[in-house]
Design a binder for this molecule. Structure first.
Ligand code: HEM
Length: 152
């Protein structure tokens, strides 16, 4: 059974996704200001993080500081539901644009993770939130469909 990472097209596909995504984020009226101080390496870091979550190599844990590092980046940012919605909408638009697999099984798992992760990012960004920095890196699977699309 391929991982979601392999099915998505691996490191190269995720790098294409985040490069295009943060280009569009920068140009977006609602999200541009939120990301105005992100580093040039931000898209690469997020591609590594996503790759690890989707069952690829643990590059974000190995090179960047793992799950706690990601959580720390969202602390105190007071992200809103409107910003979260735009973030997920743009990411899914970019998944189409850079041609991630379109099969129902992959997209169902991908959307589920994006919905889960983005809602946690908003919760972690609130004032006075108590976060579990020990929480492990999630590794997403295929969920109820159980595996990739098979024609016929
Ligand atoms: C599945 C959902 C999400 C994932 C996987 C994710 C992942 C990440 C990661 C890995 C970083 C740290 C990058 C680094 O190490 O340099 C980060 C930073 C950040 N994220 Fe997220 N994020 C998610 C959702 C969101 C949402 C919904 C927003 C806002 C609407 C957001 C806003 C930010 C901001 C502002 C930063 C810091 C950027 C900077 O360095 O200036 N994130 N995110």
């Amino acid at each position: 059974m391929p991982s979601l990472y392999v099915w998505a097209g691996g490191a190269e596909a995720l790098a294409r996704l985040t490069e295009r995504f943060y280009e569009r984020v920068r140009a977006d009226a609602l999200l541009g200001p939120v990301f105005e101080r992100m580093s040039a390496a931000h898209p690469t870091h997020v591609a590594h993080f996503l790759g690890e979550v989707l069952g690829g190599p643990p590059r974000y844990s190995g090179e960047r500081g793992g799950h706690p590092e990601m959580v720390r980046h969202h602390l105190g940012r007071h992200l809103t539901e409107a910003q979260r919605r735009r973030w997920t909408e743009l990411l899914l638009d970019c998944a189409d644009e850079v041609k991630l697999p379109e099969d129902p099984e992959f997209r169902s798992a991908f959307v589920a993770y994006v919905e889960w992760g983005s809602r946690l990012a908003v919760i972690n960004s609130r004032e006075g939130v108590s976060v579990d920095l020990e929480a492990p890196m999630p590794v997403w699977g295929w969920g109820v469909p159980g595996g990739p699309y098979r024609p016929g």
